[in-house]
Write a protein that binds this ligand. Structure first.
Ligand code: HAM
Length: 419
């Protein structure tokens, strides 16, 4: 036997029946974006490497250690997208999407790639649903973006997650704060590696989870205490808008996002039942990104929600995820019956019902088992008697009860059942 080929290490893949829950979660999150007027954008999975280097930031782990970068046959350096925001911004600039009504509100979904050390909830290929609102600084837009994620999670049934927010300041107040933090860090007994991190981006050191660090960093200056008046006012308005719409939040002044483009409002959705990889989504404002990528100076805000982790969170909360099931499974007992069942199935599918049937010469027992496994709401056996009488017995797979219906009335019967 030839050796089997396995999936690359650390990729998330889904197959039935789990894949149907995955699909439902992705669609549920996307629906929340649609409800708020975000429109779909389909983006390339690979981009020019410099887009991420400039957009996401060289000092981040994502860019310095985790990108899947390769040279194509024309000698261009390309990278599999590690996230969606930079690509959206590139498309907005390239196609002038910001020339019309502002904000431009877009949503996207798809696979992202980061060469991280795989573990539960952390994959090298994972899936995001994201939104970006570009070209408006209204703090209510920040609250809207947070609400879209919140409503998406809630509508899927999630309850246990927390919404953490903070402000990272802007180009006016962050440099002074950064200097203050650098000075504080320079007086600590840091190891050479951490010192190097502090040199590249001192804010990132605040994220160090090593226990000895929490003590050392206890008195570190925090951005929230050093906001300029504009940023302070902006943050107050975001909080007040969240209160108005009844979204509970926690302030996490030590939140450090893994991407460099953030300014002002940043947020994360954290699920306490997920262990180390507890972030089910995150995002924030990125007021300098568009300019950094060669566009105008419009501001933006958005989020990326992790579909894989949301599915894990749903499981951790024992949620029943409603998936679309078959309406009818047909079981023909002869070649002639199979032809007729096929016609019935096609006819019902043309009318929008989800119908499957057993194919090939299969015994009644095997076909019944398949009907059970299919998760269909109804099943019906089609044999000589049924073909002659044109009556069929429609079996409710949940209750086990059956009732006779005319084959020609199957459509109406299934339709009535839907009500
Ligand atoms: P991010 O926080 O890097 O933000 O990723 C967003 C979400 O993607 C995370 O909260 C997590 O649920 C999921 N995720 C990230 N990495 C992995 C992984 N290796 N395995 C499984 N899930 C993962 C962004 O990507 C930003 N683009 C979000 C954004 C949009 N900010 C503004 N606009």
């Amino acid at each position: 036997m030839k050796p089997k080929i396995l999936a690359p290490k650390g990729v998330a893949e889904y197959f039935p029946p789990e894949s149907m829950e995955f699909e439902r979660i992705r669609d549920g999150l996307a629906q929340s974006a649609r409800l708020a007027g975000y429109r779909y954008i389909e983006l390339p999975v690979f981009e020019d490497t410099s887009l991420f280097v400039r957009g996401v930031g060289e000092s981040t782990d994502v860019v310095s250690k985790e990108m899947y970068t390769f040279e194509d046959r024309g000698g261009r350096s390309l990278t599999l997208r590690p996230e969606g925001t930079a690509g959206v911004m590139r498309a907005v600039i390239e196609h002038g999407l910001d020339k019309g009504q502002l904000p431009v509100k877009l949503w996207y979904s798809g696979a992202c790639f980061r060469a991280e050390r795989p573990q539960q909830g952390r994959y090298r290929q994972f899936y995001q649903v994201g939104i970006e609102a570009i070209g408006n600084e209204d703090p209510m837009l920040d609250a809207e973006v947070i609400s879209v994620a919140h409503i998406g999670f809630r509508n899927l049934g999630l309850r246990a997650f927390t919404t953490q927010i903070t402000s990272l300041g802007d180009k006016n107040c962050r440099p002074a704060y950064r200097e203050k933090l650098s000075k504080f860090l320079s007086e600590l007994p840091l190891d050479p590696q951490t010192m190097e991190r502090a040199r590249i981006n001192p804010l990132r050191v605040l994220d160090d989870k090593r226990p000895e660090f929490s003590e050392l960093l206890k008195n570190a200056p925090l951005m929230l205490d050093h906001l300029c008046n504009d940023c302070k006012e902006h943050f107050e308005s975001v909080k007040s808008a969240l209160q108005t719409i009844g979204i509970d939040y926690e302030i996490n002044p030590r939140m450090v996002r893994g991407l460099d483009y953030y300014t002002r409002t940043t947020f994360e959705f954290v699920h306490p039942l997920l262990g180390a990889q507890s972030g089910i989504g995150g995002g924030g404002r990125y007021d300098g990104l568009m300019q950094e990528l060669g566009g105008s100076s419009l501001s933006g805000i958005g989020f990326g929600l992790g579909v894989d982790r949301t599915l894990l969170a749903a499981r951790a909360e024992n949620l029943h995820i409603e998936v679309e099931s078959l309406d009818l499974y047909l079981i023909p007992l002869s070649t002639a019956a199979r032809e007729m069942a096929f016609e019935i199935a096609i006819d019902l599918r043309r009318q929008g019902f989800i119908v499957d049937m057993s194919f090939g010469e299969r015994g009644l027992k095997g076909a019944m088992k398949a009907a059970d496994k299919s998760g269909a709401r109804f099943s019906a056996v089609l044999g000589e008697d049924e073909m002659a009488s044109q009556n069929i017995s429609l079996k409710d797979m949940k209750t086990g009860s059956s009732r006779e219906v005319r084959i020609g009335d199957l459509f109406k019967s299934l339709q009535n059942e839907e009500k």
